[in-house]
Design a binder for this molecule. Sequence first.
Ligand code: NAD
Length: 350
Amino acid sequence: MTLNNPTAASMRNKDDLIVIAGAGGFIAGALTQHFADQGFTKIRAIDKKPLYKWYQWVPGVESLCLDLEYRDNCHRAVEGAVEVYNLAADMGGMGFIENFRVECLRSILINTHLLQASYEAGVDRYFFSSSACAYNIDLQQDPNVRALKESDAYPANAERGYGWEKLMSEIFCQEYWAERKMKTFIARFHNVYGPYGSWDGGREKAPAALTRKVIEAQESGVMEIDIWGDGAQTRSFMFIDDCVKGIDMISHCDELIATPINLGSSELISINDLVSMVEDIAGVQLEREYKLDAPMGVAGRNSDNTFIQQVLGWEPDLPLREGMEQTYNWIQQQYADRAAGLPTPAADEK
Ligand code: NAD
């Protein structure tokens, strides 16, 4: 880490216990690796998925398979912990969020129990992974977006299901600080992408889905790609390394206690341009078929990074093209491994 912001490595003893929930998944898997790389010797990684499905399994880390919807499991999870990172949620890309709203809402059980268990266990710092889906959707009806700033979550009109769960869990975190003086930290992630995440099966997000489709077209020789919506919708995408770095800095910045903050890239791109980027990386050009009745979410969304710049003097900044090249290479390898009959990690099916 090049910046002087406090991080776990600068604030903690290396044998303090760090607990990471959702560690079989994309972001928490990378966070587990990050803390192991920093030299932490006691890390407990938890996910409800069986271990063979985890994207990253880090040697030396206590890796447990526990369903954190249940209170007793949450108590077991945080025993002895100094810091807890909650990234466990039943979630996926637009297709999942629009079709499985009940599942998304039920993730509130995870945060509710994990937060209370952490409070009872005397945990010093608790991080919650919120989302840009917590923002008022009325502000996201135009592809030429005004980037969303933190105050735009209110008056509340979050994305149905998933967004409301995030907003309500944020409030839990804020009140545990206001009433009980437990230090909580809340980052609103804007789309995260990179290696070691969902790339097929229904939970994958646009960068991974489009990459897989381009690879499939090449492999099959059918040079077509289907695109959800008209492709004019815009988003920003944050590379996983920036996300992990941001989580660490946010969780150790006392100015940010109980204060939701954007953690996202501000490099806006339309889905059509993202497809062109992947085509360019792959060296192909495909015929585009637009599926106008497919889930496509809001028309446009970008991250206003004024606040994070002000507090941390930093914002996620890896250029999308660079991150997409790494992502492409990883997915291509996964695709080849699977075709060769080798085991590849996976999200739970839906
Ligand atoms: P992911 O699906 O790869 O990881 C989430 C993990 O949580 C999965 O491995 C899943 O098995 C686990 N999980 C679900 N229910 C559980 C339970 N009851 N008990 C224990 N584990 C459980 O997703 P991700 O992309 O790594 O997202 C991590 C967090 O970041 C989530 O809270 C998500 O809502 C948030 N987020 C992600 C993005 C993104 O673009 N990836 C954007 C905004 C917010």
